[in-house]
Design a protein around this ligand. Structure first.
Ligand code: ZN
Length: 344
């Protein structure tokens, strides 16, 4: 009961990459960088296990950014000539690569880190990939054509590639493949109309569990400012969850603690496992086990205990390492407290 998980990313140690940045520069290159990425992955597996996290991940230590890490192995993308683009409906600018031709995987994307993690933990292993709609919102297009039709076509092209990699990850021994779709909370109508279908294409035929993570973004200033404009009640999920409830995706990860998401919206996910965000990633204040247990208990009004997985609101990548470590410990302790109170 109340098995804990993390949304995905964790901070990179200072010897691996720049700290507290969303697109950090690596500190080394070649074989030395590969070794450093592997070391950081092993380190975070140990920290997660020690914190009592039940479903662990690689902390995305081997990719610079959760979207561009996948794109690095996609042919048809020009990384040499990045352009500035407003992403997430112009919430903030990012330097993004351009799609310039038909998309194809040049090989495996995350084989080495998935196999490394699998070899070094007996816990259940979750692996994250960006969702097709979020990828489309994080690249510039010069090939598929402007307008909605072009975006949909490009999303399904990416979904096919994601599916190839996801199937291979399952074969590597990954227990859960999670697709990250923060764009769902920005383009709700599109998400319901075609985003969920593209997501299902990415998850097609997977023998392992499938999950989707939908949040209000990392705890960076642009996102914190955006949240201020969303009013007292954040009802974005209300437009997406019904389509997700009908989908074949097994688990949904959502933002809860310190958000203005009305908790009753979780009812719309009837039949799904729900990863409830009980750790705030936009604040350095460490949650107490009591606070974590209280969030779990309030979610229990809408999610059955056997489907409730306490989780972080989003990835912890831009945080300070010691803050992230303390937050993981709080997650583990809070879930243990909630379990103890229910006699489980
Ligand atoms: Zn997130």
């Amino acid at each position: 009961m109340f098995e804990t998980a993390i949304a995905g990313s964790l901070p990179k140690p200072a010897w691996l990459a720049e700290t507290e940045k969303l697109w950090p520069e690596w500190k080394s290159s070649g074989a030395e960088l590969d070794r450093a990425k592997a070391d950081a992955t092993l380190l975070w597996l140990k920290v997660q296990e020690d914190a009592g996290i039940d479903v662990v991940g690689d902390g995305e230590q081997s990719r610079q950014h959760f979207v561009h890490g996948f794109l690095a192995k996609v042919e048809g993308i020009d990384f040499e000539h990045k352009v500035k683009m407003g992403i997430r409906d112009n919430r903030y600018d990012a330097m993004v690569p351009q799609v310039v031709g038909p998309l194809r995987l040049s090989g495996r994307v995350h084989e080495s880190e998935a196999r490394l993690a699998r070899a070094h933990t007996g816990k259940r292993l979750k692996f994250t990939l960006p969702g097709p709609m979020t990828i489309v919102d994080t690249v510039a297009d010069r090939y598929y054509g402007s307008g909605k039709e072009g975006r949909i076509k490009m999303a399904f092209a990416f979904a096919e590639l994601l599916n190839q990699e996801a199937r291979a990850l399952a074969a590597d021994g990954v227990d859960i493949v999670q697709f990250d779709e923060p764009a769902f909370n920005v383009y709700m109508a599109d998400a319901a109309e075609w985003g969920v279908a593209a997501l299902e294409r990415a998850a097609e035929g997977l023998t392992c569990k499938t999950a989707v993570h939908i949040c209000y973004g990392y705890g960076i200033k642009a996102n914190v400012d955006w949240k201020q404009t969303l009013g007292d009640e954040w009802r974005q999920y209300e437009q997406i969850f019904p389509a997700l409830a009908k989908s074949r995706i097994d688990q949904v990860s959502l933002e809860c603690f310190h958000s203005h998401v009305p908790a009753e919206l979780m009812r719309l996910l009837d039949g799904k496992d729900v990863m409830v965000g009980v750790i705030d990633v936009a604040s350095d204040v460490i949650e107490t086990p009591e606070e974590v247990a209280a969030t779990i208990e309030s979610a229990l009004r809408y999610v059955p205990a056997n489907r409730l997985f306490p989780c972080t609101n989003c990835g912890l990548a831009p945080m300070r390492r010691e803050v992230a470590e303390a937050k993981l410990a709080a997650l583990g302790k809070g879930a243990a407290l909630a379990r103890q109170r229910r006699g489980g």
